[in-house]
Write a new protein. Structure first.
Length: 578
């Protein structure tokens, strides 16, 4: 559908820009410290990352689950629930994760010795770890606010935040690391300060009505929301924990078979993988937030089309990235301060690591799809895959044939992907009307009926007939049926008139959402924000602008009308109680 694809493009572009700038932010830290302190700085970041992941585990699980619930609540127009979920998750993480980070800071030296005793790396880890532990809570809360802003339909605003954060981080890196010679401590402190100051970007959007969400202490339902968020966030927490264990295990294997040089190569390969999977990370956000809202709207046809488009886009990007890495394998080692010897050592591992992109991106997408669609157990099984299947393969090859270590990681991931896809297909055969890969419903009769209407009179007439026929089939009472029919006719012809006047191309979408307690009419069109409810202020028929008369009729027949602007779309919801 035209509107769906426009929304997806808007979200992906903003998310990709955010991911690029975010990675540039990390890269700036790595470049500044690698050039100023040591090329081993990137190895230190990779060694410390599993510890930070474990410390953030509580917040990762809570924010992930809450954001999925928030996306679904937006799609189902449960705005009070949105406020309570945001409040509960932010306060819980700030308090509990803050206490955990403080305790870990007190034992940072002991933790550093657990990570490595390599004489080239240990002093850097000891300096870097406590300041990163202190800052991880700030980064997590700032990221969560951006996550909620994005799910409310403002991904471009999150991009602005990330850009400002990067510019501030660069400025403070130059001040603390270069000018004041604070080393890796300065890089960690610069990241905390820049994240806090960049939050100013969100202030106008969050402080002026209509606010996307507001603080609500959620008396009487705090524990219930906490439990639901934890339940939905379990797969993400499992994934984070497994990645931490996986990274620690890979670090251990590489350090003991390849030494500090091998650790540098692994770090560069992982950073290269992060760069080349930018679009995949953005696509996972789209699955959670755009897909989550469609799931809340029960728009199965639109959801499956969106997920199919995402998979095609991501896999095309992976193939292009693989070709580029094969041709230019020494770009990232050069960025991270490698000398000629390290650049030569890194070339073949980087090329081999590029073969991991397709299985990694597909496994991440499938896991996020199943989280979004409330299949947490299946998502958790996929997350356990690398630990159960890939890691033993890596360990076995590293033990028997250490020279082939870099071949083992892509080999293990491809085997894991094959087993996963076969298992999913077998699961899909057990249920009726399920997509063979996404396991989402394919029977539109079970959810929302959606159609796209091009801006032409003939299309409007034919599609309107289909809509009227579907509404009758839902068996509403006579009064509700008449109200819905009048509203749809007014709104559809208004969209046509405005489209013809402004020369629009494409189409607008209209959906009928059939739920046990209500029937909802949802109209979405592409364009600048325009709230017809605020534009219509007439108190009697003589004062009504002819161009806004449609809204007067609509408000007469429907008393529950909600407007939202998200991802470049004007969304109008008309709710009719059954």
């Amino acid at each position: 559908m035209f509107v769906i694809h426009h929304s997806l493009r808007t979200f992906l572009v903003a998310s990709v820009l955010s991911a690029i700038v975010n990675l540039l932010n990390t890269t700036i830290d790595g470049i500044v410290v690698s050039q100023r302190v040591s090329a081993d700085a990137i190895s230190v970041v990779v060694l410390v990352e599993p510890v930070i992941t474990i410390v953030q585990l509580f917040g990762t699980m809570l924010f992930s689950g809450a954001s999925l619930l928030v996306a679904s609540a937006y799609g189902n127009q449960q705005f009070k629930l949105v406020n309570r979920l945001v409040t509960m998750s932010l306060t819980s993480v700030f308090i509990l994760n803050g206490l955990l980070a403080l305790v870990c800071c007190l034992f940072s030296e002991q933790i550093a010795h657990l990570l490595t005793d390599e004489e080239r790396l240990l002093p850097l880890v000891t300096d870097y770890l406590p300041f990163t532990l202190a800052g991880c809570v700030v980064w997590m809360v700032c990221d969560a606010v951006g996550r909620y802003v994005k799910v409310s339909g403002r991904p471009k605003l999150v991009t602005n935040y990330v850009v400002l954060d990067t510019l501030l981080n660069l400025a403070f890196d130059l001040l603390l690391v270069v000018a004041l010679d604070m080393g890796m401590q300065g890089a960690a402190i610069a990241g905390v300060i820049s994240s806090i100051l960049a939050m100013v970007v969100f202030v106008p959007y969050l402080s002026k009505p209509p606010r996307p969400f507001a603080f609500d202490r959620a008396k009487g339902c705090y524990l219930n929301l906490l439990g639901k968020s934890f339940q939905r966030g379990i797969p993400t927490a499992i994934a984070a924990f497994i990645m931490a264990v996986l990274y620690m295990s890979l670090n251990y294997i590489v350090l003991h078979t390849q030494g500090a040089d091998g650790m540098y190569i692994l770090s560069v390969c992982l950073q290269t993988l992060n760069f080349t999977l930018i679009l995949s990370f953005a696509a996972n956000s789209a699955v959670k937030y755009i897909g989550g809202m469609m799931y809340g709207e029960r728009d199965w046809e639109g959801l499956n089309r969106t997920l199919t488009s995402i998979v095609k886009i991501v896999q095309t990007a992976c193939i292009v990235a693989m070709v580029l890495l094969y041709l230019f394998p020494d770009i990232m080692p050069t960025i991270y301060g490698a000398d000629e010897r390290l650049r030569q050592l890194s070339q073949e591992p980087v090329r081999l690591f590029s073969q991991s992109m397709i299985p990694i991106s597909l496994l991440m997408l499938l896991s996020n799809i199943y989280m979004m669609s409330d299949r947490s157990r299946l998502s958790s099984v996929i997350e356990f895959g690398p630990l159960i299947i890939m890691l033993p393969i890596v360990w076995l090859i590293a033990t028997i044939m250490p020279d082939y270590l870099w071949y083992s990681i892509p080999l293990g991931l491809w085997i894991l992907l094959l087993i996963t896809v076969v298992g999913i297909y077998l699961v899909s055969r057990k249920g009726e009307h399920l997509h063979w890969l996404f396991l989402t419903p394919t029977d539109v009769r079970q959810g929302t009926y959606s159609i796209s209407i091009p801006f032409s009179e003939s299309d409007v007439k034919s599609k309107l007939t289909l809509l009227q026929r579907y509404i009758v089939g839902t068996n509403p009472d006579q009064s509700t049926l008449i109200s819905i029919q009048h509203c749809i006719e007014e709104l559809v012809y208004h969209e046509l008139e405005m489209g013809l006047q402004t020369g629009r191309t494409g189409a607008f979408d209209i959906s009928i959402q059939n739920q046990p307690e209500r029937l909802s009419v949802i109209i979405k069109d592409v364009g600048k924000a325009y709230n017809p409810q605020l534009a219509h202020h007439a108190t009697n028929n003589e004062d009504i602008d002819e161009n806004k008369f449609y809204m007067s009729i609509t408000q007469h027949y429907c008393k529950d009308i909600i407007y939202q602007y998200k991802n470049g779309l004007n969304c109008l919801y008309l709710n009719f109680p059954k």
